[in-house]
Design a protein around this ligand. Sequence first.
Ligand code: GDP
Length: 296
Amino acid sequence: SIPVEEDKPEDLEDRPPIITVMGHVDHGKTSLLDYIRKAKIADGEAGGITQHIGAYSVDLKGKRLTFLDTPGHEAFTAMRARGAQVTDVAIIIVAADDDVMPQTKEAISHAQAAGVPMVFAINKIDKPGANPDKIKEQLSQMNILIEEWGGKFQSQEISAKHGKNIEELLEKVMLEADLLELKANPNKNAIGTVLESSLDKGKGYVTNMLVEAGTLKVGDIILAGKHTGRVRAMLNEKGQNMKEVLPSRPVSIIGINGAPSAGDKFYVMNDEREARNIATRREQLYREQGLRTQKH
Ligand code: GDP
């Protein structure tokens, strides 16, 4: 079994919120994430984000926000069931020239089931056909009452394409995150979640991960799903080499001997042999389960 270190209250430090953008296809998820990634928001330095590593962090007025940046709906759906647990705040984006759609409703129920607070981004307000009030009305029919209408949900009208009101949206997200008083212990072996992994011809297996607690260091022994390895190199979303990575930060690492699945937890282990034993046992278990499902 994996030894998980207990945290003492005095070990806990503030950590950035992890934010997911969810919504119906074509309602503007990618546009919003792209805008935030490229924009030099407030006094931040978001403009330097050059690497896609499954998530990125930006500064908003001296505070850090981490966005999950999972492209494509398949990857997103695959991780969503588990991914919602990685998320602290969900931005639900709805196009104001459309309606609250099935995937919008699905996103809302996902966030609600996971107990993740939601902030509503009513997008495409630049379009002539935009009708934000209609969206608010449709949300209210689902018992989602926004603040403006006396409810508890924050919402912001935006244009992701033109970058309108994005800072206001992020301030509302930050407000929601502040209520959660998010903390993690940075002074222990890192644990976190695999965002995606791939095989690179030159580098070998590249694993993009999100550190949730502890500090990940070069040289650490990692167990991720049924794979293990030692961290040989780490890059952040700006392409910078990292020696240490703190909680709520994404990182791309080299050193794992395979491709763990999106949503797999990773653990830093003290003992390399133990890590390998657990990985081997998991591999056997998966294989047996695979055989059993084939038989039935
Ligand atoms: P996704 O499927 O939710 O990721 O949606 P995209 O970000 O790919 O957006 C779908 C389409 O809507 C694209 O053609 C975008 O350029 C367009 N779009 C997104 N946001 C806005 C906006 O605020 N205003 C306008 N006019 N178009 C937008």
